[in-house]
Design a protein around this ligand. Sequence first.
Ligand SMILES: [Zn+2]
Length: 339
Amino acid sequence: MFPKRIPSMRRRRPRPPIAGIALPGGLIVLILLSIQQALALPFWGTAPQTSPTPTGTPTPERVLSSTPTLPPPTATPLPTRIPTPTGTPTPTPYPFFQEPLPPSDGTPRALRVPILMYHYISDPPPGADRLRLDLSVRPSQFEAHLQYLRQAGYETVSLSDLIFHLTQGKPLPPRPVVLTFDDGYRDAYEEAFPLLQRYGFRGTFFVLTGRADEGDPRYLSWEQIRRMSEAGMEIQLHGREHIPLNGRDEAFLFYHIIGGKQSIEAHTGRPVRFFAYPSSVYDETLIRFLEGYRFWGAVTTAYGADERLENRFLWPRIRIRGTDGVPQLAGKLQEFTGP
Ligand SMILES: [Zn+2]
């Protein structure tokens, strides 16, 4: 049920040796709990000298050091709504970022920043169907888009930048734009990433962690994701798999969303704060789940540009189609930003 451990965490936090003794499972849990309580250790038993926090918080040093603003552990809600077998302790042994939304200064704000939505940045394969053609922007065409954006004075910002503006009035550049790329295809690394760097732009990539876990050559690998993140690209979550997440129970959502979030955060060391709904379907349960686990927002495929705090789990985007040249891109942008 829980996502498998990632190698770096396995190295950092070895299982206590007692787990190897052949005893009934319930008895092992009881013994571990007793030891844990006696020693005031977290359930998974980190060696005391490697755990500098006196409260025994299960936050790895790597995560802590990368985010000095991480809230105190007492602010972290326990996943009490997750069905667990009776008698099993509730804390999750797999830490992940849960940053509260930046505190609002009380000033209501609204933005109309274009959030562009790309998928493939590559030449469609021979015989590609209409859907694939529609989702594919050729690299030369994409470069023309970037040239236009630069000439027109656009500067890329992140979705977090929008949140900091909406909550605290943090200034944005005069012509902000967010460039998002869905699905994490391999061409994001091979085509989009170098072009974005050449033009000094920053992209936001919504990836599928299951594809990276399996080493699917059509999708981004973890190594590519890590390099992109280190170069300043935003890596955010589209899901573990590309499956609809409406009508699901909490355990299912935990596996697919928190599992994916943990994987990205462990590989990049940076928080995952935003979600792109797979197939753009969602329901109240899903939105409340994201909010409960301190996501800052989510994007849909609804057409538009309308960012407010109130609709931050339903921010619309501007779909860029395979047929969109520079005039079409300019036309779409001018609907929201003026000429
Ligand atoms: Zn998608």
